[in-house]
Design a protein around this ligand. Structure first.
Ligand code: HEC
Ligand code: HEC
Ligand code: HEC
Length: 291
């Protein structure tokens, strides 16, 4: 209690009376202000995995969610048009799907407003069209409460590609290597070229291009594991590399320091960063949750 009081009073003083109280409170304020902000994310109950691949044949949980949103829209639209048959049909579907949340994940029953379902059923039966949207708005609060806590983490855990245990097994040398290791190789290659350009060792830089190409080719043999149906993003990245590395070599032969640096930078953006913006970001976050 005492601690909380101090923190609160400090925050208030910083906000409103900073000029007056700064001197006296400076040590305390420093301690409080330097404290890094903590973001808390909650992990969903383990049983949720049962409703996703690979434990399940389908993404059952996600599809239940899509249906819930569709059912709410249908009920709102049909009640606005006073269409009883449509309203009855979609409200029955909704009630079943909403109840199934607690059947799939019993720990999450506490989020649900199950009593509101009776209210909804009665309003539908007695054709109180004007009250439907109000009831649905109330029920939708339960959706938001759970989503605030769990949606992002669940998407990461169950639907984002996993690179943390991924081994690249085929490729140029036939050697087995982890994603972590090949990333370190790629990063070292790019940095060595960068250092050589900065220090004017153009032919050294030029000789480093081939190993970089080979590492990237080795990496690209792993993309097909997941990109069989959509090869476009992989092709875009590899095409950029096939175009930019020869251009880099050309500038190095001309000993054009600034243009060489520019080409290497462009390569890092169009090849490395394009992939990182989707795959590294989600992979790093996912790694935290899978601990
Ligand atoms: C699949 C597309 C992809 C491409 C293309 C790619 N990376 Fe990565 N990179 C990843 C993923 C996924 C991670 C995080 C997983 C890991 O650390 O193993 C990562 C992590 C890294 C890391 C951090 C490694 C660590 O141990 O923390 C570095 C450094 C890196 N990449 C450099 C590069 C460079 C340089 C290039 C371009 C030459 C590149 N990457 C191209 C996907 C890619
Ligand atoms: C007890 C928890 C919980 C409740 C209650 C809940 N959801 Fe969800 N919902 C989730 C989780 C977890 C996800 C993330 C699923 C994923 O990304 O695979 C999600 C995702 C969704 C999505 C997918 C969003 C997107 O575009 O990816 C929709 C739509 C959705 N919920 C609708 C609803 C509606 C409508 C309700 C209320 C009638 C509801 N949910 C109630 C947990 C819940
Ligand atoms: C473990 C599976 C997996 C591997 C391996 C993988 N990807 Fe992906 N990639 C996906 C999925 C799934 C998506 C769709 C977005 C999502 O769900 O994260 C995607 C999306 C992308 C995107 C963004 C989509 C777009 O249209 O721009 C890029 C770029 C990409 N991948 C590049 C690569 C490259 C390059 C490699 C190999 C070096 C690779 N990926 C390897 C699963 C994978």
């Amino acid at each position: 209690m005492f601690r909380i009081f101090i923190i609160l009073s400090c925050t208030v003083s910083v906000l409103s009376f900073s000029s007056v109280t700064l001197a006296a409170d400076s040590i305390l304020q420093k301690t409080v202000l330097n404290k890094p902000a903590t973001i808390t994310l909650k992990k969903p109950p383990e049983i949720l995995a049962k409703w996703y691949k690979p434990a399940n044949k389908r993404q059952v949980w996600l599809h239940t969610m899509f249906r819930l949103r569709r059912e709410i829209l249908a009920m709102n639209d049909y009640s606005a048009k006073s269409q009883q048959a449509g309203l009855e049909k979609w409200s029955q579907k909704f009630i079943k799907d909403y109840q199934s949340i607690a059947e799939m994940v019993p720990q999450w029953e506490e989020f649900l407003y199950l009593d509101k379902l009776t209210e909804l059923e009665n309003a539908v039966k007695s054709k109180q069209y004007s009250s439907i949207s109000t009831i649905l708005k109330k029920i939708s609060k339960s959706c938001m409460h759970c989503h605030d806590d769990y949606q992002t983490v669940a998407t990461l855990m169950f639907r984002s590609p996993d690179f943390n245990n991924k081994i690249i097994s085929e490729g140029f040398s036939g050697e087995k290597i982890s994603y972590d290791d090949i990333m370190v190789q790629l990063s070292d290659s790019v940095n060595r070229i960068n250092i050589a350009i900065k220090d004017g060792y153009y032919s050294d830089a030029n000789e480093l291009i081939e190993p970089l190409e080979q590492q990237l080719e080795h990496l690209s043999t792993s993309c097909g594991d997941c990109h069989q149906e959509d090869e476009v993003p992989v092709k875009r990245i590899m095409d950029a590399s096939n175009e930019l590395l020869p251009e880099l070599a050309e500038q190095l032969e001309l000993k054009e320091q600034r243009k060489s640096g520019g080409k290497l930078g462009e390569f890092a953006v169009k090849v490395c960063a394009k992939c990182h913006s989707i795959h590294r970001l989600s992979s790093d976050l996912k790694f935290v949750f899978d601990q």
